[in-house]
Ligand binder design. Structure first.
Ligand code: AMP
Length: 420
């Protein structure tokens, strides 16, 4: 046994479970593709400065959890802890804002955070990321939320809840921030918490410790101090959500992990996951582009955790379509038949039928076992006598029924039978 194992906090996705991983990932992204979002890939590492500015210095993600390293050229690089910053960097660098707006983008891939691993919290995980940039329209906020919701629904999930609030914007947040800061100044908080509060006092509302929460009962809440415009925006978002049939609960203390959110902010939490209950979340971040040196345009986005969504699917005992191996399997008996089998499998695959055969010297029994395990509905057995007669034996595994089919007709026959 080798002493090399996957690094702490990471895991491998292996067959057959990997089929579930792909099905969940693709189900979560299908609604985006149907809604006109374009696929983007960005590097898994970026300049460290991008995350410091784009995620926020007061966040745990930036202050404690980044995988930062110096490359051989002396540059400070960081493995992306989330995908939004990279997409925004690309949006600015390639001046996508000079085309039609909104720019709707999505991506999916690895994210890395040096967190304390536990169920649902890993150091390497997969996020689906979605952004709509350049337009500040509450209908777009509602579209975003509805798209995330649709992905969960398409998986059959029901045990989740959408938490929603508004974090205001530059017209009202500064005043609220002062109110909150004055409130926090009177509390008994440790030095570390005070430092966080100095950078972003809203983060204190998110503190999980009971002795902190007990002191926050009467804390002023942003939703009670929204300006007329941000209130109207929030009202419109809720009206559109209701029209889209999306249910939510008001979550006035919701502060998400990242610093840059404004106005609409939301999180999806699942009841079956224990403490790591967030399966996705996002919000509007109207200052982010400008903070990264881009134009002052608005944006809204969200990220869904694929791994945690899989845990939610399992917690609800859902049977997410796991494809059953191949549709057809070819069993050759003898060297001549083997040559034919190799060709036949190639032809079947080219014709759109998923197919496989045996490799190595397995004998009839071993080969039939492999055919059985493959999940194939149709098995073609070709022996020496069949070759002489120019046929293959086509066996329907469910019934055991077997018919001789001329070799030249096998591909069409199998294709018709499996409905490929
Ligand atoms: P965040 O960027 O922190 O808002 O995360 C967005 C989503 O990614 C969360 O709702 C989780 O589903 C998922 N996620 C975040 N951190 C982790 C992690 N360490 N392990 C697994 N999933 C995560």
């Amino acid at each position: 046994m080798s002493d090399l194992t996957a690094p702490k906090g990471t895991f491998d996705v292996l067959p057959p479970d990997s089929a579930r991983f792909l099905a969940v990932r693709d189900t979560l992204t299908a609604p985006l593709r149907r809604a006109g979002y374009g696929y983007v890939e960005t590097p898994v590492f970026e300049d460290t400065a991008l995350f410091a500015r784009g995620v926020g210095e007061s966040t745990d993600v930036v202050s404690k959890e980044m995988y930062t390293f110096t490359d051989k050229g002396g540059r400070s690089l960081t493995l992306r802890p989330e995908l939004t910053a990279g997409l925004m960097r690309a949006f600015i660098e390639h001046r996508l804002y000079s085309g039609p707006l909104p720019v709707k983008l999505w991506s999916v891939g690895s994210a890395f955070r040096y967190e304390r691993p536990q169920a649902g919290r890993y150091r390497h995980f997969t996020q689906v990321d979605v952004e709509a940039l350049g337009v500040d329209d509450p209908a777009l906020d509602a579209e975003m939320i509805a798209l995330a919701d649709q992905g969960y629904r398409d998986l059959g999930l029901t045990g989740y809840q959408l938490q929603l609030t508004s974090l205001g914007d530059s017209t009202c947040r500064p005043q609220y921030r002062e109110l909150l800061t004055a409130f926090l100044a009177k509390l008994d908080l440790d030095a570390d918490t005070r430092r966080r509060a100095a950078i972003n006092p809203l983060r204190v509302l998110d503190d999980k410790r009971q002795q902190v929460q007990d002191q926050l009962v009467d804390a002023p809440l942003m939703v009670d101090h929204l300006s007329d415009t941000t209130r109207a925006h929030y009202d419109a978002v809720r009206e559109h959500l209701a029209a889209l049939g999306v249910a939510w609960v008001e979550a006035p203390r919701l502060v998400r992990g990242l610093d840059y959110y404004t106005k609409t902010t939301f999180e999806f939490v699942h009841g079956g996951l224990g403490s790591q209950s967030a399966i996705g979340g996002g919000g509007r971040y109207d200052g982010l582009s400008a903070a990264l040196g881009g134009p002052d345009v608005s944006g809204i986005g969200y990220a869904v955790g694929v791994d945690r969504t899989i845990l939610a699917v399992q917690a609800e005992g859902l049977d997410v379509a796991v494809p059953a191996g191949v549709q057809a399997f070819v069993v050759p008996l003898g060297a001549e038949a083997k040559k034919l089998a190799v060709r036949l499998v190639g032809q079947l695959r080219a014709a759109g039928v998923s197919a496989d055969t045996v490799y190595g010297d397995r004998g009839l029994k071993g080969a039939m076992k492999a055919a059985d395990r493959s999940g194939a509905a149709q098995v073609v057995v070709i022996g020496d006598r069949d070759l002489a007669e120019g046929v293959g034996q086509l066996k329907t595994m469910a019934t055991g029924e077997q018919v001789a089919v001329p070799l030249g007709e096998l591909v069409d026959r199998v294709r018709a039978t499996v409905g490929a």
